[in-house]
Design a protein around this ligand. Structure first.
Ligand code: ADP
Ligand code: MG
Length: 383
């Protein structure tokens, strides 16, 4: 794929490009904790976008999307959102860099990859971080990795209109091979933990549904968490988010809560705790404990946070009943997307066959499956 993108660039632009790759990501555990200033546990994967980029002397931005077979050309001094959705991720990055007072001249770019689009593996973040990383290199902008992450997140907010947290961009840049990142979404401090899979594999089962509820319910959940905080703040003025709350504090004031808000807050507090326990399990190399915590996360997301859906639950049930899946849960915001499964390596194919067949029989949907391994974050290739 790297070679194909490089030769496409050479044939279109007749110059020698810089080549780099930016990966998608998974999140092992820690869902809906990011906007509550809690922890997440993502990792960068072996699905990525390849970029071929070079300066041009024509003050033009010329981008070619290899996968969508589309292209765009515009003057570098006239950056604004455009109709072509994919181009906005790249333009958004340039707009942010300019906002930082840095100057960008003409750039040619060909890109393409194998992260499934819109499946929850963060192809959009890879697009932003990869391009930002490339521009930093080409124009010697002197941006730190964290600045690349933060400007990419802002690009997504402002040019794609998605108010995402920082996990996706952070992971795409900071990911390391065979490591998960325990990221503190409050301080942005992080710690790497080894995920020694040995005789297991990570398999993502894609429900192939995206229920329209996702964005309205997301906003509702954020408000519910804020409501919980405002109740507890009366008793504990120093708390700032659910990150600062314990189960004891919640239980003590249960009667002041609307029962739905209580459930939501309980989930977030438990999820942060589960994530910390999960990291301890990894440090002890107890993958079975880790897997159990993943199943518990799914139960919480389904019953207390109520962001799962029939299709996700079907897949987790299939995994649980199979007896060969250590852990399984919905991954991402909910109401569709993938489940993440830790499956015995030598039974992985049998699991995929069984899950695909049973899912199709119940839902009528052909299920895409992705086997992923944990690979290094955004990096420059010498090819
Ligand atoms: P996710 O980030 O979960 O994959 P998003 O909806 O946030 O889903 O981002 C998907 C969008 O990102 C696509 O609709 C497209 O505009 C852009 N995109 C991602 N990868 C590519 C690619 N390889 N080629 C062109 N556009 C891409
Ligand atoms: Mg995205």
């Amino acid at each position: 794929m790297e070679k194909a993108i490089k030769s496409k660039f050479e044939s279109v632009f007749m110059s020698e490009p810089l080549i780099l790759i930016a990966p998608g990501r998974i999140n092992l555990i820690g869902e809906h904790t990011d906007y509550n200033e809690g922890f997440v546990l993502p990792a960068s994967i072996d699905k990525h976008i390849v970029f071929a980029v070079a300066k041009n002397n024509e003050s033009l931005l010329r981008f070619v999307s290899n996968d969508l077979n589309d292209e765009i050309e515009l003057p570098v001094d006239k950056i604004e959102p455009v109709e072509k959705h994919w181009a906005n991720y790249l333009l958004g990055v340039i707009a942010q860099i300019k906002k930082m007072g840095k100057s960008i001249a003409g750039v040619d770019c060909v890109f393409g990859g194998n992260i499934p689009l819109g499946a929850g593996l963060s192809s959009s973040a890879a697009l932003e971080t990869g391009f930002a990383y490339a521009l930093n290199e080409l124009f010697q902008l002197g941006l730190t990795k964290l600045e690349i992450v933060q400007l990419s997140q802002k690009a997504e907010h402002e040019y794609a209109g998605v108010k995402c947290g920082i996990m996706d961009q952070f992971t795409s840049v900071f990911g390391q091979k065979d490591k998960v990142i325990r990221l503190d979404c409050r301080s942005l401090e992080y710690e790497l933990f080894p995920l020694k899979l040995d005789e297991f594999k990570i398999i993502l089962c894609d429900t192939h549904v995206k229920h329209t509820l996702a964005s309205s319910e997301y906003n509702t959940r954020r408000h519910e968490c804020e409501e919980g905080i405002s109740i507890l703040k009366k008793h504990y003025p120093s708390i700032h988010s659910l990150r600062d709350v314990t189960l004891e504090m919640l239980e003590k004031h249960k009667t002041e809560f609307n029962p739905v808000v209580f459930k939501r807050c309980k989930f977030v507090v438990e999820e942060n705790k589960r994530l910390l326990d999960a990291c301890e399990a990894l440090a002890r190399n107890e993958l079975n404990v880790f897997g159990k915590l993943m199943y518990q996360t799914h139960d919480g997301l389904k019953n207390d946070y109520e962001v799962s859906c029939k299709e996700l639950d079907i897949l987790v049930d299939i995994a649980k009943e199979s007896g060969i899946v250590l852990g399984s849960r919905m991954m991402g915001g909910g109401f569709g997307g993938c489940t993440i499964n830790i499956v015995e390596k030598d039974k992985a194919l049998a699991f995929i066959e069984k899950a695909t067949k049973e899912y199709k029989a119940i839902t009528g949907i052909d299920m895409p499956v992705y086997q992923v391994s944990i690979e290094q974050g955004t990096n420059i290739l010498k090819i």
